[in-house]
Design a protein around this ligand. Sequence first.
Ligand SMILES: *[C@@H]1O[C@H](CO)[C@@H](O)[C@H](O)[C@H]1NC(C)=O
Length: 244
Amino acid sequence: LDWSPSDKDLEQCAMKGKEMADCPNFIRVLQFLNATHIYACGTFAYSPRCSYITSETLMMSMKPDEGRGRCPYDPYQRNTAIIVDGELYTGTVADYRGNRPLISRHLSEGRRVDLKLDDTLGWLEDPTFISSSFIPEEEKIYFFFSEVGREYDFIDKFIVSRVSQICMSDVGGQRTLQRRWTTFAKAQLLCQADNELPYNVLQDIDSLPPAEGAPADETLFYGIFTSQWSVGWTSIQSFHMFRT
Ligand SMILES: *[C@@H]1O[C@H](CO)[C@@H](O)[C@H](O)[C@H]1NC(C)=O
């Protein structure tokens, strides 16, 4: 399946001062939407787009979908996305310059509305999105990211790794909270040995589901961390299911 920007798109991308090598369509979201369709988003010459693809024939729908807020513009920006029950949950930057981080839900239907959380309320501090995970028993989506830790304002730009949660049942709040998450909460993921500086920068994390029949809180998460201060130092830490 070829899904590339036109020569004209590429030309415009290069004219904006981007390297030609960064202008192709880098696919950054690729998820099964339902039994018949895949949902994909790509950077598309710094003009992100999404599309529905039939999984049987790999045909793409003619009409591209909005990519803003679902996929980064810049192939060097990290993002995360997960589809649960036909809804797309994403963490990405939502602007060309990469200054507007956003955690949002898309493709919601009926009484469920698309929701978002951006950095205007100080909820996100220049985050780097790493990964997302669905915990069926809790009906929650976890987002993993690192960001600038404002609680440590005595150190210049101290990076903190986070786990945050969102409830699938969230339909937003009232007045100024319309179309905004009301269930967002975040906590620090700490990876530190005795008497050592912390491995504070999460690089990747994956979940190991519990054995069949075992309770959900036996889910394990394995994170790979590096240190802001020691180049080349890496540590792996496992976490039990998070409880609030
Ligand atoms: C899957 O989603 C696509 C796009 O919304 C829709 O056209 C299709 O009917 C859905 N398929 C099923 C089996 O629900």
